[in-house]
Write a protein that binds this ligand. Sequence first.
Ligand SMILES: [Zn+2]
Length: 803
Amino acid sequence: MTTVALLAAAWTLIPHSTEHTVVTMRDYPIQPVPFTAVKIDDAFWKPRIETNRTVTIPYAFQQCEEHGRVKSFEYAAQQLQGQDPTGKPMPVYPFDDTDIYKTIEGASYSLNVHPDKKLEDYVDLLIAKIGAAQEPDGYLYTARTINPKKPHEWSGAERWVNEEEQSHELYNLGHLYEAAVAHHQATGKKTLLDIAVKTADLLVKTFGPGKRKIWPGHEIIETGLAKMYRETGKREYLELAQFMIECRGGKGEYWQAHKPVLEQDEAVGHAVRAAYLYAGVADVAALTGQPQYIETIDKIWHNAVEKKLYITGGIGATGGGEAFGANFDLPNQSAYAETCAAIANDYWNQRQFLLHGDAKYVDVFERTLYNGMLSGVGLEGKSFFYANPLATSGHYKRSPWFACSCCPTNVVRFIASVPGYVYGVRESDLFVNLYVGSTAEVKMPKGRTLRVKQETQYPWDGKVTLTVDPSTKKKYAVRLRIPGWAREEASPGGLYSFADKSGKTYSAKLNGKAIKGTLKDGYLVVDRVWSKGDKVELDLPMPVRKVVARDEVQANRDRIAFQRGPIVYCAEGIDNPNREVRDLVVAKGAEFKTVSEPDTLKGIVALTGKADRVLRNEDGSIDRTPVTLKLIPYCTWDNRGMSPMAVWLPTTPEGAHVLPKVRPVYSTAKVSVSGRPTRPDAVNDLKSVKRSRDEGDFMHWWPTKGTTETVTYTFEKPQTFKSSGVFWFDDTGVGECRVPASWKLLYKAPDGSWQPVKTASSYGVGLDTMNNVSFEPVTATAFRIEVSLQKNWSAGIQQWVLE
Ligand SMILES: [Zn+2]
């Protein structure tokens, strides 16, 4: 549909009731069927939503209590009541308040479908605490209110002055708005919404044309204000969202403020911020009907999906700035692909669908949902990934919580809302977007309803039976999404493609008779007068598919990935020989078959096939040993202890990580690293590294800068070494790690003291090389390097070798 035609459709007015008035407002041409109207009853999502409700939500609230997030509101309230809060701890981050807001949002969705008096009372208590921390004019931001004379170091001297850089005042409010609207809709209570309205009215009074200018350093207030507009009918909230979008420009890409939004055409900068912005731009486009906004985000979408999207649906390739990388720069081991970015990507793609009604947006949504989003939480519901790499050497696992805990609380709110993405409605068209065992009661025009029941084993099987039951016999167009993977399109725009044709095609029957028809925007349209009990049987065959990436994606050259239905697979060490996967080579033509494992990882379909294990002999020659390779769904990895993992498997030994047949002693050391390092064990994982910026599991100390840090190898028995080498990590251009100022090698003397080795060599800090030092042989149980970081820089290590 052209933009002009689209906007004509957008004029369909959505009746909207507020407390006192009924207003009509322009909105998305397609409206989602709310999660409250869809009841999921299947073997995949139902247990996950239940785990979110019974484990993750209470756990997140408990963590918020234990890590001072609740106390922040209490301290701010004490300050407002004139009690001196001097000496009270400040939030760790100025956006800590958002974890409470996001968990309340998730709890609200959950309360709506599953009443729980204890949870509801607890949420009421939290809302009272939030209200007590709000300043009389509506300002709400504990990082300043706790100690107005000395606010959080990131917050600036006055309100709002540091927003674009660090303070996150508007980010906090954006999450407050999302939570307040969810809470109002779910519980009917206005307690949190009243608090939110007071803050939004303060913003409207302070900012706008002819008043102060502002744009948020971390977006989300745009979608929050759009929701507040829908909920209250106050148009000034929408106008403020638009104003904030239009104020951007003249700053860096990190904030998507390098140029005015309407001039942007590439997905850049911090990926979570970016996708929240694009979602906000979509909302403003839908609610105001301005076509230039749609043209802008469509352009950015093509760039993101065709050049910067992981096969898992993850976005934001690099940890430096948590940002999008360059086009086609999609490293696997160092993939950042933050869980929040996957969620933001889904928010954005859902809105793209609501604007355009094209299945390709749902294809991206589904890919992200079943892979890069779901991997963010452990099956038990209490462990979380921040980054979601596509390969590891076995030193990466989910954490119970984070100092910056954006991802766990985002998972809480997103999983609770999954039923809301199954259907969409445009006049008398019903879009069936996700296949999930469920029943739905869909509101159609003129007060009619359409009951739809889905019976399916999706995502493990592609057979879906839809039973339709209209309130009155009526003509509706039921649009069945035929996923890209079922029509030979691995991803829209061809970043990924299938290595070979499946030879199988989808089919559909209506009351037993084959449905013929061409696809419209990726949907099979069944347009007819529906009667009670009409049955559609859809068959989406799910053969095992091999996926290849465009040749420009250097990280995936001579590699294949496996996909079946919407599920992307990975090899995990625990299932494979020697708990290793990096040394496996898969022939392009290898046959893989499915194995249903109802008792593994809460029920999966695994894949098995043949591969070769490659090992390097001491003379450099390579041995190949045939083995059986097992693959599991990527979203379920790291639920059985740490081991290496890979999504993209090499098709040639050159692409494999060929391990030595005899492993060097230093790789058996227990590693301990000072400070707060990431992936400490990566320093002796035997990876072959070519560049300091090479992708791989590396250890770094970022954001710590200018300190002296140590890495220690401890052995069970005394070991003798006479040379050592360090390959430094350096991410110049994208991050803040540089080679260090200096370093030295020490060993643990019998008296327990650390003594320098005796050497005539100098300690090198060269880039892209192993910096070797030879020394008088020493026998000891522990060795240490002491690293002095450059004054304004952090540092990291790819590999530290002892021989
Ligand atoms: Zn996050």
